[in-house]
Design a protein around this ligand. Structure first.
Ligand code: FHN
Length: 479
């Protein structure tokens, strides 16, 4: 026997000429970090479990940029409407004076919240201050706020109250980069820059603590404008501020965009560990495979046109349809993420008709199929061409979100090991059941009657742990 083993090893080494060490990925040495990620895996507290189960959210970009709506003196700006201040076609001081014209007479936070509710959104991310620096709340720390506009009233409060009332969680968007503030710097190149930026840091800290104090029901902060060198260099300060904010509001949810580690690494620290509670890098893109999200929480923020967040009167390029957005929602949930759809209200505070129509279309589908979205995540099933699988957290219930019925009318399912399908039925009508046809040990077909289901629809699989039978045995073809 011993001789046999030695011979086998010898043979193995003959066919495997590469030295063993060369085949293994080099082990990276762990970097010691003071301001890296402080995670110990995924958060499991109630606040984070709730966020994880939202499935669908709403983003709102609203500010002074909604007044020009992507155009100035009849000329169209080529970029995203909320960036119009950075365009040479518009004098900065003229833009900054827009606060004197901010009087959104059609603004009605309650009707915004109703639209979000009707769509099925479980949370809203709202721009308190975008890159232009204009604050939609009466901040004590700058004059550039809604309090100094003809409107005067606190918009953030109105939004928080209205969404709270509808049972929709509120996350506050906050841009660290502030084009209006005299102490903002892109980089710190001189002593003067350094002194100014110290003041800016204090200002940022004050505003954040002010937001968390004024609106204590908010569930999280969504940071933006944190990519410039000036801020990336503030690892210690930002780390301390994050700790302070978390202490002030236990359970607060903060994504991966807030701070960099001491080596300037953003989103993931120098050891590749996610910074913050969830990955915030999925902007206008969705992961393709579960491997892309590395076991982390994440959300995807998406625009209706290609890249317009604030109101742009002239939407152009491809405008996403309700069905596309529903499919994106399904895809995100199937990969364990939330899908957050952006709305850009007009300068008068009303929501454009196209967005209202999309919200209604998504809402109509959600009313029937929401069970497959809320509190659902990655199912562990192989992706199939007809659509997506999701799984109700903490149960054995699997949903098949069907977007493309194959010409055969047969939906293929490959179950994970030791899983059996007990029952399959239509979510919209539980009396419509399907008998899975087992085509091999872990593969099944569900046969649909052609043209009977308006797409996209959902099939619920009740599954249980169990031994798959061997199924039908086919003789292997000789090729
Ligand atoms: O520059 C902004 C942009 O205007 C918009 O707010 C998006 C939303 O995710 N964030 C920034 C770009 O990453």
């Amino acid at each position: 026997m011993k001789r046999l083993i030695i011979a086998a090893l010898g043979f193995a080494s003959l066919i495997n000429l590469q030295p063993v060490a060369a085949q293994q990925a080099p082990v990276k040495e762990k970097v010691t970090l003071l301001h890296g990620s402080h995670r110990t895996g995924k958060r499991t507290d109630a606040a984070m479990e709730k966020w994880r189960g939202h499935g669908l959210g709403q983003f709102i970009h609203w500010g002074l940029y909604a007044i020009p709506g992507g155009a100035w003196n009849g000329k169209q700006y080529n970029g995203a409407a909320e960036w119009i201040r950075s365009w040479n076609g518009i004098p900065k001081s003229t833009y900054d004076s827009l606060n004197y014209s901010f009087n959104p007479t059609a603004f009605d936070a309650k009707s915004w919240a109703k639209t979000a509710k009707q769509m099925g959104a479980k949370y809203v991310t709202f721009t308190t201050k975008h890159h232009d620096g204009f604050c939609l709340w009466p901040s004590k720390y700058t004059k550039y706020t809604v309090a100094n506009s003809p409107y005067k009233k606190d918009i953030v409060k109105a939004v928080v109250d209205a969404y709270d009332q509808e049972g929709i969680d509120v996350i506050l968007y906050f841009s660290v980069m502030d084009w209006n503030h005299p102490d903002w710097r892109y980089d710190i190149k001189s002593k003067e820059d350094s002194i100014a930026f110290e003041r800016f840091k204090k200002f940022t800290r004050n505003q954040l603590i002010e937001l968390l104090t004024n609106y204590p029901t908010v569930k999280g902060l969504w940071f933006d404008g944190t990519w410039d060198t000036s801020w990336v260099k503030q690892a210690a300060f930002a780390d301390e501020l994050e700790t302070e904010m978390r202490k002030l509001r236990p359970g607060l949810i903060i994504g991966s965009r807030f701070r960099a580690d001491e080596n300037g690494k953003r989103h993931f620290d120098s050891n590749g560990v996610l910074m913050g509670d969830y990955e915030q890098g999925w902007e206008r893109k969705i992961p393709s495979r579960i491997e892309d999200v590395h076991g982390n929480d994440w959300d995807c923020v998406m625009t209706v046109p290609e890249n317009q967040w604030g109101y742009n009167a002239a939407w152009n390029g491809h405008i996403k349809t309700g069905l596309e957005l529903i499919e994106m929602t399904a895809r995100c949930v199937s990969l364990g993420g939330n899908f957050v759809l952006n709305f850009g209200p007009k300068g008068d505070g009303s929501i454009r008709q196209e967005e209202l129509k999309l919200a209604a279309e998504i809402g109509d589908w959600m009313k029937i199929n929401q069970q497959a979205i809320y509190n659902c995540g990655y199912a562990g099933y192989d992706k199939q061409d007809w659509g997506y699988f999701s799984k109700k957290t903490g149960t054995d219930k699997i949903y098949m979100l069907v977007f493309n019925v194959p010409v055969s009318g047969a939906l293929r399912i490959k179950t994970p090991a030791k899983t059996v399908i007990k029952k399959a039925s239509l979510l919209a009508d539980a009396t419509e059941t399907f008998t899975p046809e087992q085509i091999s040990g872990d593969e099944y077909f569900l046969h649909l009657k052609k043209g009977t289901h308006p797409q996209p629809f959902v099939i619920v699989l009740e599954t249980a742990p169990g031994q798959q039978s061997n199924g039908v045995k086919y003789e292997k073809a000789k090729i």
